[in-house]
Design a protein around this ligand. Structure first.
Ligand SMILES: [Fe+2]
Length: 242
């Protein structure tokens, strides 16, 4: 393994790589616990289907958590291991409230998009450093999660057909952000690694209205503490420029 092409020494590059892996580990830990909460608290006519799926996904995350932590140890660095450090370093926020099933799926999709993007960036850094071990660990994750992202988008597309035709308008869904309660849209019909700019846009589309209506049908509330720090930052920026 050698230093990255950015002028860092080998030790500095390893420090940087371990730091990125620790940020990924923190995301996985919060992702894992949020999915546990979804699994426990889900209710409604899709209970059996979603209860089982969230268990499958958090068990998968548990394996990855251990592998990522042990990769950090293989790099002779220390993995984060406390809840406070996970919360501090994760981009994914804890979900404190009980959410309707569709919203849990929307959040899962959003979390996975962020995790896949973070893994791509780490693989790119590992390529510069000729660190095959990290590349070999994370590349199959990306492959597997891109497939799951497709399935989640398809699942949400199926939901569209129960309301309006999914093909009659733009493929965007909306989630409310923590501080502002305003909508932050992200694409559900495009590649999992879509640009961050796409997530900035707020859209008052027919689809957005339908999604909002669908969510308010279920509980009429949203749910402080969900979403990602990235969305929260974007919402705050958006608010401050008005
Ligand atoms: Fe269980």
């Amino acid at each position: 393994m050698k230093s990255s092409g950015s002028g860092h020494t080998g030790l500095q590059s390893t420090d940087l790589l371990a730091k990125r892996l620790n940020a990924l580990l923190a995301d996985y830990e919060i992702y894992y616990q949020n999915l546990r909460g979804f699994h426990w608290n889900i209710s409604g006519d899709r209970f059996f289907e979603l209860h089982a799926k969230f268990e499958e996904w958090f068990n998968d995350a548990l394996v990855k958590i251990d592998e990522v932590a042990e990769r950090i140890l293989a790099l002779d660095r220390v993995p984060l291991h406390t809840f406070s450090d996970f919360i501090e370093n994760a981009d994914i926020e804890e979900v404190r409230d009980i959410l309707p099933g569709e919203e849990c799926i929307v959040l899962t999709l959003e979390y996975l998009r962020g995790i896949v993007q973070k893994q791509r960036e780490i693989v790119s850094l590992a390529q510069e450093m000729e660190d095959e071990g990290t590349q070999d660990l994370l590349t199959p994750y990306i492959n597997q999660q891109e497939k799951l992202l497709w399935m989640l988008r398809a699942y949400l597309g199926k939901e569209d057909q129960s309301g309006r035709s999914a093909g009659s308008h733009g493929n965007r869904r909306t989630v409310r952000t923590k501080e502002t309660g305003r909508k932050a849209a992200f694409p559900v019909g495009e590649d999992a690694g879509g640009s961050e700019d796409e997530a900035d846009e707020t859209e008052e589309s027919e689809d957005g209205e339908r999604s909002e209506a669908s969510m308010s049908r279920n509980t009429g509330q949203r749910k402080e503490g969900s979403g990602t720090r990235k969305n929260r930052r974007e919402a705050v920026t958006e608010e401050s420029t008005r």
